[in-house]
Design a protein around this ligand. Structure first.
Ligand code: BTN
Length: 234
């Protein structure tokens, strides 16, 4: 595994995106990011003590939707080893990891030319979440212990690298774990389309074989499936 470390950088995803030649599994690690990127152009608050890193894999169109879910599965699997109350750690479709009702990890996968950049942010020893204080949690707050951020990053990337080649073969069992440990299990949601929240209430059903979210409206018999969806848990 090759690493590039930065004390401060705009964003590890942006850094990789701007490289002329992207090397598979070269890991870009930052202590701080000045312009950390989240999903849908949001900001990822990045402070020292968090694991902030990105790496790329070659784009294989067959894997498109699966990569995001797979990355969440790997992070979930590693973090679980550090946590006593394992049931409280869950996977929130499409790519967040939660502890109880708070986010501990966010993942941002971006396609760039013939690569997919995988950016991962995990709250480990950092506890300053600014305006996101009510919605975020760090590993140190769960266990009361401090961790080697680099050690956790290495564990995640090496597990990803080892299991990546068997992703297709193991897909059904990965999905099973993801669905069994889903934050959305049994939850009702409203969906957001064109900036508006739906009046209808939906129930989360599962993540399907194509990595889509499957939901059903109260009183309806047809499932709806989405590759991408904005929603709020109610
Ligand atoms: C999200 O939850 O919206 C995704 C957050 C992803 C944050 C990580 S931190 C390392 C990498 N670099 C970035 O700019 N973003 C990702």
């Amino acid at each position: 595994m090759k690493f590039k470390f930065f004390d401060k950088i705009n964003s590890t995803n942006t850094y990789l995106r701007r490289q002329l030649k992207i090397e598979e599994f070269e890991v870009i690690v930052a202590k701080n990011q000045t312009d950390g990127k989240g999903k849908r152009d949001s900001t990822w608050i990045s402070s020292e003590g968090a694991a902030l890193f990105s790496f790329a894999v070659n784009d294989n169109y067959e894997l498109d939707e699966k990569i995001t879910i797979f990355t969440g599965y790997i992070v979930y699997k590693i973090l679980k080893n550090y946590i006593e109350n394992k049931d409280k750690l869950t996977f929130k479709w499409p790519n967040d990891i939660y502890y109880e009702n708070k986010k501990i990890c966010g993942i941002l996968c971006e396609k760039v030319r013939d690569h997919i950049i995988i950016g991962i942010g995990i709250n480990i020893n950092n506890t300053d979440f600014g305006i996101f204080r009510e919605k975020a949690i760090a590993l140190v707050e769960i266990t009361g212990k401090k961790y080697s951020v680099q050690g956790i990053i290495e564990e995640i990337v090496s597990t990803f690298e080892n299991e990546f080649h068997s992703l297709n073969r193991e897909w059904e069992s990965i999905l099973h774990i993801v669905n069994e440990n889903s934050y959305l299990k049994g939850k009702k949601i409203v969906i957001q389309q064109n900036g508006k929240l739906s009046k209808k209430e939906y129930r989360f059903l599962r993540v399907d074989r194509r990595g889509r979210i499957s939901i059903i409206a109260k009183g309806d018999s047809d499932e709806l499936k989405f590759t991408s969806l904005q929603f709020k848990v109610i």
